[in-house]
Design a protein around this ligand. Structure first.
Ligand code: PNS
Length: 177
């Protein structure tokens, strides 16, 4: 009898919205883990209000990974390590795009280890074609009418367009009131 213990990892983030850079990191994780939980944080780190609600961020993430049976998308609130331990995941995946990401990521990894000594944070670098992509820049470019179709998957693109079209028509309505 074998003692097969599946490798379960959690890839947490704000995913506001999920980009092709995030997707790349998730797909790389599937090379060495059996099951991946993409964990959409209800409240993003930097106390700003998220652009998309947690329900929208989760829905988009689910749509992007619809064809991948080893990926499950969930939302979480509270401490990441508590969530990870509740789903039996000892590995936390984070993407490192540039040296500038390192300080914040290092602090988080250390803090998470303080909170739960058994957890390991694994850093993955995305393909260089994704290295400059961030959800913040995607939102900014999209809000100014720029083409972000290379940086997000079709469902996300559609949702961004719909959201900015709604914002535009609301400001038109106010201007003409
Ligand atoms: O995509 P982000 O915003 O960089 O993701 C950050 C996230 C959500 C992974 C981080 O803020 C987090 O883990 N939040 C949960 C709260 C928590 O556990 N904080 C202590 C970890 S240092």
């Amino acid at each position: 009898m074998t003692n097969f213990r599946p490798i379960v990892a959690v890839y947490p983030g704000s995913f506001d919205p999920i980009t092709t850079g995030h997707e790349d990191v998730a797909r790389r994780t599937l090379r060495f883990c059996d099951r991946l939980l993409i964990a959409v944080a209800e409240s993003p780190t930097h106390s700003r209000r998220p652009f998309f609600s947690v329900a929208e961020r989760l829905e988009l993430t689910e749509q992007v990974f619809a064809g991948e049976p080893r990926v499950e998308c969930v939302s979480f609130s509270g401490l990441l390590v508590e969530f990870a331990s509740s789903v039996g995941a000892r590995f936390i995946i984070r993407g490192l795009r540039a040296v500038s990401d390192f300080e914040y990521e290092f602090q988080m990894a250390q803090m998470n280890r303080e909170l739960w000594e058994d957890v390991e944070t694994i850093f993955l670098t995305p393909d260089e074609e994704h290295a400059f992509i961030s959800a913040t820049l995607v939102r900014q470019v999209a809000s100014l009418g720029g083409d972000v179709s290379r940086f997000v998957s079709p469902p996300v693109l559609k949702r961004l367009k719909a959201r900015f079209a709604a914002v535009e028509s609301e400001s038109d309505r106010r201007r003409h009131k």
